[in-house]
Design a protein around this ligand. Structure first.
Ligand code: AMP
Ligand code: MG
Length: 325
């Protein structure tokens, strides 16, 4: 299959999964939250979005699905109340009232392909990146990428609560979508009107006059103090916007911040590929630059995690060399 065949499937998968998340956020489905083994939260919307994206890809792709998704169905199997809410949200996402519990559990599990051949070609999905943002009514993202021989080849990002233009911290009733294809470009469009043309994202080089940085809300996720120091060293006025999720990459790619910084708080923790694959391609294809915090190329060829990398920098051209630590 070609990217031209995969791209519409990926756009549909992210759009329908985003719809499932909004059904939960808008209270059409009871909200339920569980805690995973690593203490991170997972909600009805995370599972519903994974199932919705997986089923949509399975329907639209002419090849078997190989997917490394963030969630698995273990908690869904055990908890009937959770399963019922997830089913209701997935039915709204898919617009298919006949979607069954058995199909739901199978879809979530199909998206958690433990045996995904990470040396080969596969999809990776974060059904809700920024679950903490989702829970606090802030920003979150639905992130899908196609990895080919260890390189991100295609990515689609849904930001259901962030407008295409304006202040990204403002929670918008109209979201935005972004897509990138390696060596072909990056685009963004509003969820408002399907007849609005997608906009080609072309990021200008850093102007050298001031710097706007996007960083995590959660202090545990990146070293805010160290990031502030690096920005201060630039000797220009600095402003910061704190947002959950890969929305930060979209904010850089659409020219609303000059850099996304994610310096590790814990030197042994390695980033998960589904937290970065889509966003990194988006910024690269918009004309920006990405690397780890030390300047090394981000290497998606080592399975579930960015084993060879230490933190993340995504920014406008001309700035990266001044930000490495
Ligand atoms: P963000 O919304 O950008 O702050 O990042 C959300 C992601 O942070 C989640 O998807 C988690 O996988 C990831 N995460 C959880 N704990 C940490 C940590 N200690 N350091 C870096 N990332 C983390
Ligand atoms: Mg995530």
């Amino acid at each position: 299959m070609t990217h031209a065949q995969r791209l519409p499937a990926a756009i549909h998968a992210v759009a329908l999964a985003s719809r499932a998340t909004l059904a939960v956020r808008h209270g059409q489905v009871p909200m339920d939250m569980q805690t995973k083994d690593d203490k991170s939260p997972v909600t009805v919307a995370d599972y519903a979005a994974q199932a919705t994206a997986v089923v949509t890809l399975q329907k639209m792709l002419a090849e078997p699905l190989c997917m490394l998704g963030e969630e698995d169905a273990a908690q869904l199997r055990e908890n009937a109340r959770l399963r019922a809410s997830v089913l209701a949200a997935a039915r709204l996402g898919l617009d298919d009232p006949s979607f069954t519990e058995a199909q739901l559990v199978a879809a979530v599990d199909a998206g958690a392909h433990a045996g995904a051949d990470t040396s080969g070609d596969y999809w990776t999905l974060d059904p809700i990146d920024g679950t903490k943002g989702f829970l606090r009514g802030g920003q979150y993202a639905v992130c899908l990428a196609w990895i080919e021989k260890g390189e991100v080849a295609l990515g689609v990002l849904g930001c259901p609560a962030m407008a295409l233009d304006g202040d990204p911290a403002h929670v918008s009733p109209v979201g935005s979508y972004y897509a990138a294809v390696k060596d072909a470009g990056a685009w963004g469009w509003s969820a408002h009107d399907p007849f609005t043309a997608a906009r080609r994202l072309r990021l200008p080089a850093w102007n050298g006059q001031s710097v706007r940085v996007a960083e995590s809300v959660e202090a545990e996720h990146s070293a805010h103090g160290e990031q502030a120091q690096v920005m201060a060293n630039l000797g220009v006025p600095v402003s910061s916007v704190r947002l959950d999720s890969q929305c930060k990459y979209a904010v850089v790619a659409s020219g609303r911040a000059d850099a996304y910084l994610r310096f590790p708080t814990n030197p042994t923790r390695k980033e998960c590929i589904w937290d970065h694959a889509t966003g990194v391609l988006l910024v690269d294809e918009a004309g920006g630059e990405t690397s780890d915090a030390r300047g090394a190329k981000l290497d998606f060829g080592h399975g579930k995690r960015l084993e060879k990398n230490h933190g993340i920098i995504a920014c406008a051209k001309g700035l990266r060399g001044k930000l490495v630590i």
